[in-house]
Each structure stands twice: as C-alpha cells, then as structure tokens.
Design a protein around this ligand. Structure first.
Ligand SMILES: [Zn+2]
Ligand SMILES: [Zn+2]
Length: 187
C-alpha cells in the first residue's frame, strides 16, 4: 500500500525550467507513487533568501521559509519537492544538489549545478541535464523512503561530491537498495 502523493513546487525563477524537466520529474516520482498522485505547482514570486556572502541559498532556511511564506501547503502523507534555481548549500558543505528532510517529507532540489558543466561556466546539453534531474530526484526520494547512502558508485543512492559523480551513477537503485525499498512502494 502506498500512502504518499508527491507535489512538485517550483519556486522563483525555477518556474521557467518546469517545461524542460517536467517529464523527468514525473518519471522519477512515478517510480514511487501512481502518476495521478503527482502534481505540479509554481510560485513565481517566491523570494528566496540569498546568503550574499556566498551567493547561495541555505537549504535549511528554505525548509523553514516555506512554512512561513508558501501559499502551497503540504497535505498529510504528501511529499513536497521544492525546486529552486539558485546555487544551494547546507552547513558544512560548499554546495549541494539536493537535500531531503525525511521527518518533514520535504525535498529541496537545486537546478543550478545540474544544468552546468564541471566548472560551472557552460550549460550542458539538455539531455544530460534532464538525466541529472531524474537521478537527483530518485536519490532524494530514496532518502524519504528510508534509504541511506549506498557504497555502490553506480547506484543512484551513492553520495555525489561532484557533478562527475552524478554523471557516473546510473539512474536506478542497485539490487540492495531495491530490496530495502520493496514493500514500501508500488512498482
Ligand atoms: Zn543523499
Ligand atoms: Zn544502492
């Protein structure tokens, strides 16, 4: 039995990226819940607090910020995936691609580095970008569904320190992670 629905909320300028990655977001979430339980929302006027000393948003602040300012609420048994297009960090890390708050069942994903090359300058081709989005949503949803990081570097649950490692891993869970997931989701 599957209790969850999944709501994607595109914040601020990330709304302009919705069309480009909607299919991939849908496909990754559909691994966990039925497609009719997946919805998309946009909040173009979301004014996320940028840490001006590093020109990034603090993911932890986004989790709290949303409680205070978002007009879109989280229903019971719902996972909310916030999408931002600013570069993002969390205490102790220079940057992160995404982060999950497993208790609140909330994910924040940044598109910033996923659409860029290794040095952050050029944009990668759209297919590569979409693949990365798919992988990172799978990864963060895996956390919400109880998975930790996996030692298998090919597994989508392996921790990626750099975009190269995101590109290296496969867009799928390894057998061990799948075994841990089974019983929790409908495939
Ligand atoms: Zn992780
Ligand atoms: Zn694994």
């Amino acid at each position: 039995m599957n209790l969850y629905s999944i709501k994607f909320v595109f914040l601020g300028h990330a709304v302009y990226g919705l069309d480009e990655i909607k299919e991939d977001a849908l496909a990754s979430a559909a691994f966990f819940v039925n497609e009719d339980k997946i919805k998309f929302y946009t909040v173009p006027d979301a004014n996320l607090p940028i840490d001006s000393s590093r020109n990034q948003v603090n993911a932890e602040i986004i989790f709290d910020y949303i409680d205070r300012f978002s007009t879109i609420s989280q229903e019971p048994n719902e996972i909310v995936i916030y999408i931002v297009d600013q570069d993002m960090y969390i205490r102790g890390m220079n940057f992160i691609f995404g982060v999950a708050n497993t208790k609140k069942k909330r994910i924040v994903l940044s598109l910033y580095r996923l659409k860029r090359g290794y040095y952050g300058e050029n944009m990668v081709d759209v297919q590569k970008y979409r693949e990365r989005v798919f992988k990172e949503i799978m990864h963060e949803l895996g956390h919400v569904y109880g998975l930790g990081h996996c030692k298998d570097k090919n597994c989508v649950m392996s921790f990626s320190k750099s975009i190269l490692e995101v590109d290296h891993k496969l867009p799928m869970f390894c057998r061990d992670c799948l075994d841990k997931l089974s019983g929790q989701i409908e495939i």
